[in-house]
Design a protein around this ligand. Structure first.
Ligand code: PHE
Length: 343
């Protein structure tokens, strides 16, 4: 009997040695010996009835001891396997905190959008509302109502993309002035950003570019109001020290018309490469709304006057960020666009 029990013990130890590689295999092995119906030790218990009565007590005691021993061995084995598996799991999930972090690419707004937003901020602060016109206009809104009839020489100032004899891609956001004045009575204070199109293409001109039109119509609007607003604009965009200078110019829809220069923010007015030694940089066209334009829109030009300006957004951005070719703004080269994050 003793021999049989010790050989079972050995079988258990050998089995563990050979097969118990995981909690699952250890559990299978346990079943093989300890399952009350099918297990080797379970079978020994069942044989009790075949044992001579005088040996029964001893047999039972020995089998029970073996059972207790095996139960203990398998419990310890299970603990061991559990610890081993947990360790392996932790090992697999280990994070190397010294590894360089994954780089997440964050986008930024396109420089034109940034510039547009900055301009809107500046003028919204002065009480301007936004009006977005349409990119397709008819001849009347883009030219005729802006005091530029069919045979007017000023039409040559802007090479137009015609879609049909009547419709065209707007050459200027000034077209929006007419829509606004037709639909709203003074006081008017609007800002109209948007794409415009001209058959023009070189380092500083693109066939499609963006303008920001400003229009103010009220009683007693003068060039002083215009200069005051534009001074605020250049100070906010180009720095506190910036100021403007107005030079006489010509646009059919403003009278008088001015070309506006900003004092060179690169050299402070001393003269440098950027301002070509003059201390001033031309930035936009503006003027007092021509009485004829007010009248075309049914606004009493004796009672009201207006000011208008048209800012080129690309030009403003190119000056501010030192971009020397307008194409860089349209080529979508991430390396270029990433460098301009000003919001
Ligand atoms: N529309 C003019 C242009 O595109 C700019 C401008 C706007 C001038 C408003 C005067 C007043 O050149």
């Amino acid at each position: 009997m003793n021999e049989k029990l010790s050989s079972i013990k050995q079988e258990i130890l050998d089995g563990i040695e050979a097969k118990a590689t995981s909690r699952a295999t250890a559990f299978e092995l346990r079943k093989q010996f300890l399952d009350s119906k099918t297990g080797t030790i379970g079978q020994l218990m069942k044989e009790m009835k075949n044992i001579a009565p005088e040996e029964r007590a001893n047999y039972g005691k020995e089998v029970n001891e073996l059972k207790a021993w095996a139960t203990d061995v398998f419990a310890k084995l299970d603990e061991e396997m559990k610890a081993k598996e947990l360790k392996a799991k932790y090992e697999a999930e280990k994070i190397d905190v010294t590894m360089p972090a994954k780089e997440y690419q964050t986008g930024n707004l396109h420089p034109i959008t940034q510039m547009r937003n900055q301009l809107i901020d500046v003028f919204a602060g002065m009480g301007f509302e936004i009006f977005e016109g349409t990119e397709i206009e008819n001849d009347y809104y883009n030219f005729t109502a802006l005091n530029t009839p069919q045979d007017h020489p000023a039409r040559d100032m802007q090479d137009t993309f015609y879609l049909s004899p009547e419709f065209l891609l707007r050459t200027q956001t000034s077209a929006g002035q007419i829509h606004v004045m037709e639909n709203k009575k003074p006081p008017i204070k609007i800002l109209s950003p948007g794409k415009v199109f001209r058959s023009d293409d070189d380092a500083t001109h693109s066939p499609m570019f963006t303008q920001m039109e400003g229009l103010v119509v009220d009683e007693k609007i003068t060039l002083c109001d215009l200069k005051g607003m534009l001074d605020v604009f250049v100070q906010k965009i180009y720095g506190e020290g910036a100021t403007t200078r107005l030079r006489p110019s010509y646009f059919p829809f403003t009278e008088p018309s001015v070309e506006v220069d900003v004092s060179c923010f690169e050299c402070g007015g001393k003269g440098c490469k950027l301002c070509k030694g003059t201390g001033w940089i031309e930035i936009l066209g503006a003027g007092i709304v021509n009485k004829k334009v007010l009248e075309n829109c049914g606004i009493d030009s004796e009672k009201y006057s207006g000011l208008a300006f048209g800012i080129g957004i690309e030009r403003t951005a190119m000056l501010k960020y030192g971009i020397n070719n307008i194409k860089l703004l349209f080529e979508s080269d991430i390396k270029v666009l990433k460098q301009i994050d000003d919001n």
